[in-house]
Write a protein that binds this ligand. Structure first.
Ligand SMILES: Cc1ncc(COP(=O)(O)O)c(C=O)c1O
Length: 389
């Protein structure tokens, strides 16, 4: 019976990790990986996470089920962290989820359940976005977001496309640190798109997966907050994988900002029922860690300080890469102003393969690079490799 299944293609990024691992050349560099790395090439555990874990080992009273909704203290703290004043007092349905991916999947299932037919997705986007929405039965419609050759956001074309959306359609927006382009909307553009979404009766789904990696914790959530203040209803998918370095602990949340408390209760019950028939309940540990950190002034301050150090490391590598690469490709000065871990270089697939074969420089065929995959000591050599193309 299993023969009825067609073999699925390997995930290209996972395949790339395997290729990199088996490359024996000295000086190989992995720009493909989707995690933060420090100057030693490690993906560190935050000091505050370690401290919170020690505390939890000592104080956790039980391993009994947490329930489909997850940890309410975590949910409250995370909502405040992401939405600030804009989220205060808002009637909200909240559910802890297995990572940001779990949040996006629950959002997609909820939309399918309530009859949302289409979701508009800016292109290019994180490949799992379209995959998640499609498997939930939504029609995915692309809108132009970023032009790779000129490294610019196609805001006018985005607005024109969204003007053709029908009332009730959903729109996916990246809060900040866009994956894969690093390009983000300006404050004015957030205001304009928020107004358009409100005027046309669209449902925004904001994916916030890199808060603190771009311009700062508050700044990276500013667009989301502008939007929340402008629209009657919104979905917000939060991932703690990058911001708290909790990747494997599968920590995230889905929030639905609703028009009133009664609607919020109904949405919450539907989210809980979708979770219950899927994975039943979220894992406890990561959310307990985040709740401990955000509920303790000293741990929170230490987490913020470490996150800021990481952000600054990415920014300084961005500056050096932009300066080095723009000597040949003027357009790549844009890398400096882009934010977060990723940029999408205007490379042909043949260039990507040449860099891999001749220079042991690894990135996916799309040309997406993870700036945080670079150590300072490697930047000049990597620029040379690019310039040899
Ligand atoms: C844009 C974006 N959203 C959501 C996620 C989901 O992250 P996770 O499921 O690991 O929390 C990622 C992970 O790479 C991402 O890049």
């Amino acid at each position: 019976m299993f023969d009825a299944l067609a073999r699925q293609p390997d995930d290209p990024l996972l395949a790339l990790i395997g290729l990199f691992r088996t490359d024996a050349r000295a000086g190989k560099v992995d720009l493909g990986v989707g995690v933060y790395r420090d100057e030693t090439g490690a993906t560190p555990i935050f000091r505050a996470v370690k401290a919170a874990e020690r505390r939890l080992v000592e104080t956790q009273p039980t391993k009994a089920y947490v329930g489909p909704e997850g940890n309410p203290v975590f949910l409250d703290h995370l909502w405040t962290l992401t939405t600030g004043e804009a989220g205060k007092g808002r009637a909200t349905a909240a559910l802890q989820t297995p990572g940001g991916s779990g949040a996006l999947r629950l959002a997609a299932d909820l939309m399918a359940l309530m009859g949302t037919r289409r979701i508009w997705l800016g292109l290019p986007s994180w490949p799992n976005h379209a995959a998640i929405f499609k498997v939930a039965g939504l029609e995915v419609v692309g809108y132009p977001f970023f032009d790779v050759p000129s490294q610019t956001v196609l805001f006018d074309r985005m607005m024109e496309a969204l003007s053709g959306a029908s009332a009730g359609d959903a729109v996916l927006l990246h809060a900040s640190c866009h994956n894969p382009t690093g390009a983000n909307l300006t404050d004015d553009q957030w205001r304009a798109v928020s107004d358009l979404i409100a005027a046309r009766g669209l449902l925004p789904l904001v994916d916030i997966a890199y808060q603190g990696y771009g311009r700062g914790l508050e700044e990276d959530a500013a667009g989301l907050r502008t939007l929340l203040s402008a629209v009657p209803e919104a979905l917000v998918a939060v991932s703690c994988s990058k911001s708290f370095g909790l990747y494997r602990e599968r920590t995230g949340a889905i929030y639905a900002a609703c028009g009133n408390a009664e609607t919020a209760l109904s949405v919450r019950s539907n989210l809980a029922s979708l979770a219950r028939t899927n994975y039943s309940m979220p894992p406890d540990h990561g959310a307990a860690v985040v709740a401990t950190i955000l509920g303790d002034a000293a741990l929170k301050a230490d987490w913020m300080a470490e996150l800021e150090t990481m952000r600054q490391r990415i920014t300084s590598i961005r500056e050096r890469l932009a300066a080095g690469l723009s000597a040949r490709w003027q357009v790549l000065t844009a890398i400096r102003a882009q934010e977060g871990m990723f940029s999408l270089l205007p490379l042909e697939e043949a260039d990507v393969m040449k860099l891999r074969a001749e220079h042991a420089l690894y990135m996916p065929a799309s040309g997406r690079i993870n700036i945080a995959g670079l150590k300072s000591a490697e930047v000049d050599a990597v620029i040379e490799k690019f310039l040899s193309l």
